[in-house]
Design a protein around this ligand. Structure first.
Ligand code: NDP
Length: 270
């Protein structure tokens, strides 16, 4: 079999750790594959670009996860349910789509025990798939978002939702959540908090732990959580675990999660 080629499509994409994660795993496991990055400017060209480049599989990052969903011939039931695809594999000329962000996230938070209620700060694309998998796993998820527009679909799906204003004015306060999670990009490239301090000062002290999906830096949100002595976790494990699950799909399940993990993990030390 010729060497199989893989890539991550995104815009921007230069910061992505995925090439290192997958190439270290190919090398460590002796799989004849190569993984690169591709700056995809127009999401509508995703399918054509995939075939023009002769790829076997791709990961898709911001802002193309919906385009990726539309490009697939076949969808895994969970990807279909949440409407977002971050992993595509070509099999006999057809594109198969999966979502590995959500199971990766679920595994990343499994270290926190006795968690029932979860507060999501943010309601964007990542919140969409992760809220769904958490609910299926038995967690009660509430979403708090800066603007109201993005909350509509969650409301329709029966989630409890708040904007900053309605959270502050709701008379049922104080609300207590076991886990508070920053699902926004606040703190990624700036020093902003994902919600007003007034709200964070209410929900963090009563939480058992706080998590951020941003990785590779201590965000203002995690700093604040630490100042209250809370256990914290950034998005590195989510990134690692979504990558391992994608690798399982890329290599047609030739390797187990446990076999892939030590190789992919090295990307976080380099
Ligand atoms: P989206 O663009 O889909 O959504 C962004 C969300 O963040 C919206 O709810 C938006 O609110 C909110 N937001 C943005 N800036 C602020 C701010 N300054 N204050 C308050 N709210 C803000 O992004 P994604 O869901 O795709 O990504 C969210 C985060 O998840 C990113 O930081 C990304 O890096 C991270 N991520 C991490 C992964 C990992 O493996 N660790 C995997 C995927 C994503 P509004 O509706 O009001 O605009």
């Amino acid at each position: 079999m010729p060497k199989q080629l893989f890539a991550i499509f995104g815009n921007p994409v230069s910061h992505s750790k995925s090439p290192l994660m997958h190439n270290l795993s190919f090398q460590g496991l002796g799989f004849d594959g190569c993984y690169t990055r591709y700056l995809l400017e127009d999401g509508a060209t995703l399918k054509k670009t995939f075939f023009d480049l002769g790829l076997k599989g791709i990961n898709i990052t911001v802002p193309h996860k919906e385009h990726a969903y539309n490009a697939c011939d076949e969808l895994d039931p969970f990807a279909k349910k949440v409407g977002a695809v971050n992993t595509i594999v070509e099999k006999e000329g057809k594109l198969y789509g999966y979502n590995t962000d959500a199971p990766g996230f679920l595994k990343a938070i499994s270290e926190f025990k006795d968690i029932k209620t979860v507060l999501f700060l943010g309601a964007g694309g990542t919140a969409q798939s992760t809220s769904s998998i958490l609910r299926d796993a038995g967690y009660e998820v509430t979403l708090l978002n800066r603007s109201s527009g993005r909350l509509e679909r969650y409301k329709d799906e029966g989630f409890e939702t708040y904007t900053f204003d309605t959270f502050i004015s709701d008379i049922a306060l104080p609300k207590v959540y076991d886990l508070v999670i920053n699902m926004t990009s606040a703190g990624l490239e700036d020093d902003s908090l994902p919600a007003p301090l007034e709200i964070l000062k209410q929900v963090i002290p009563t939480a058992k732990a706080c998590v951020d999906v941003i990785y590779g830096k201590e965000t203002p949100f995690l700093k604040l959580a630490k100042s209250y002595g809370k256990p914290t976790k950034d998005g590195s494990d989510m990134l690692l675990y979504q990558g391992i699950i994608a690798f399982e799909h890329f290599t047609n399940h030739q390797y187990s999660f446990e076999e892939i993990e030590p190789h992919m993990k090295k990307a976080f030390m380099l």
